[in-house]
Design a protein around this ligand. Structure first.
Ligand code: FAD
Length: 441
């Protein structure tokens, strides 16, 4: 069996590694348009902003490593131009020589990821405007900073990538203004949670504008639709991504309105012997099965591993996601899983909502900090639908406990009965998760 994979970052390489672990028999070829493979895009903001994080830390493996370790061919600098499902072939361009050739598959995996949304702004293609998507894009920012010593920057977009980058540019001593079109930062959160983040950043004298849309970028400034002019030597656009599904759409594979490829539990697309994994594919909610597009490395890796198993006859199946995410900006952590209050209401649930403010550990420790947990539960089934947490420490641990509970369909009364770990440096005798259960039930 000859498996061809298009794209070699999180999802594509996971498919290949699992397929090879399961079977020595199959032939595996990955075509990757770019130079870098199997890298950590999640580390890019820190690579840009923090000394000591090297390019090689983010790209620990190259094509030779994959050949040696997994006996597979990862061909970088090769772009797949078209797919012909009737011949089970693909057309590939070798960017080293310009040659175009045909290759044949038994199973084809589309792992082409997502690409940044290019906002409709005058000057967005200027030399001083950047995006952060792959290592090369981060290298461009690093090179620009090293060469021009910029003093001022604007980040467009207040999602988690914009916020992580904000912290890292500020730490480089750059005067940054973040501009967000919506009326709140981290727009996927409910307003009563994102407000904590905004207050925290205001206290730290971080500059951001909400409800402002950028209309023009010039060499030295950014102008908003309302007429505000902000000085900026350079701009980074972090306005989100959309699935890179052109190849699939061209041959009539079923996609959703946002372009994400429709897949099933086996990662199969609507076309025989063609699979899709990672940011290019639409996921679905574990809670109610509704389509969910939350492009994350955690999901891309999981989908990839399951697909590699399926291809080689394994029993693994993809079960969907909760859309769990976490990010840090300076020393504030923000995490979310499942539905927000707004989403649950939109879906017609009759909900119970609680806010629970508790220290992450025993208060006599100097580093003890308060965390805010917002939990949403369905009154009818008593099941937890979603949780959002902001705080300084221990947010990651709590959100993952909630993730486990929601994934298992736990009801609110079950929270209190959890035998959670306690010692003063880690928690309080009744952990904030238990308190949430006590208030909800
Ligand atoms: P991609 O990483 O997009 O890779 C797809 C590859 O396919 C690309 O290399 C592309 O060149 C190649 N390709 C496309 N078309 C073709 C073609 N026609 N021929 C050949 N090759 C092609 N996720 C988290 O879970 N946690 C985080 O903290 C986090 N932080 C992030 C921070 C940043 C700055 C960014 C940009 C992303 C972050 N993510 C995070 C998201 C995560 O990086 C992505 O979800 C993940 O990289 C998706 O992997 P993928 O393999 O599906 O797609």
């Amino acid at each position: 069996m000859r498996i061809i994979i298009i794209g070699s970052v999180a999802a594509g390489t996971s498919v290949a590694a699992k397929a090879r672990r399961n079977s020595e028999e199959c032939e595996i070829v990955i075509y990757e348009r770019d130079r870098d493979i199997s890298y950590s895009a999640c580390g890019l903001p820190y690579y840009i902003g923090q000394k000591g994080i090297e390019r090689s830390d983010l790209t620990p493996r190259d094509a030779c490593w994959f050949k040696k370790r997994f006996n597979m061919d990862v061909r970088t600098g090769y772009e797949v131009l078209t797919i012909d499902p009737s011949k089970k072939s693909i057309e590939v361009k070798d960017h080293h020589t310009g040659e175009i050739f045909e290759d044949f598959y038994d199973k084809l995996v589309i792992a082409t990821g997502a690409k940044p949304i290019n906002p409709d702004i005058t000057g967005v293609d200027n030399n001083n405007v950047f995006t952060v998507r792959n290592i090369e894009s981060a290298d461009k920012i690093i090179g620009y900073i090293a060469k021009t010593f910029p003093k001022k920057a604007v980040i467009i977009g207040g999602g988690y990538i914009g916020l992580e980058l904000l912290e890292n540019l500020v730490k480089l001593g750059i005067d940054v203004v973040l501009i967000e079109r919506e009326k709140s930062l981290a727009g996927k959160l409910d307003r009563d949670i994102s407000i904590y983040l905004e207050e925290y950043l205001k206290d730290k004298k971080v500059k951001f504008l909400l409800g402002e849309e950028v209309s023009e970028i010039t060499e030295k400034k950014v102008i908003t639709k309302s007429g505000k002019s902000i000085e900026a030597d350079f701009v980074v656009s972090c306005t989100g991504v959309r699935p890179n599904s052109k190849l699939a759409k061209e041959i009539g594979i079923e996609t959703f309105d946002n372009g994400a490829i429709k897949i099933n539990h086996k990662l199969e697309t609507s076309m025989e012997d063609i699979y899709a994994v990672g940011d290019v594919a639409m996921s679905w909610s574990i809670i109610d099965g509704a389509p969910m597009y939350v492009p994350l490395g955690s999901t891309a890796n999981k989908m990839g591993r399951i697909c590699g198993d399926v291809l080689t006859g394994g029993a693994l199946r993809f079960k969907g996601i909760l859309g769990t995410g976490i990010f840090q900006v300076f020393d504030m952590a923000v995490a979310q899983t499942g539905m927000t209050e707004a989403q649950a209401k939109n879906k017609g649930y009759d909900i119970e909502v609680i806010h629970n403010l508790k220290p992450n550990q025993t208060e006599y420790f100097e580093e003890s900090r308060e965390m805010v947990i917002k939990a949403i539960a369905d009154r009818k089934s008593a099941k937890i639908l979603g949780v959002q947490i902001v705080g300084a420490r221990g947010v990651d641990k709590r959100i993952d406990v909630f993730v486990s509970l929601i994934s298992m369909g736990a009801t609110v009364d079950q929270l209190f009965h959890l035998d959670l770990a306690y010692a003063p440096p880690f928690s309080t005798t009744k952990d904030p998760v238990m308190y949430t259960g006590m208030i909800l039930s």
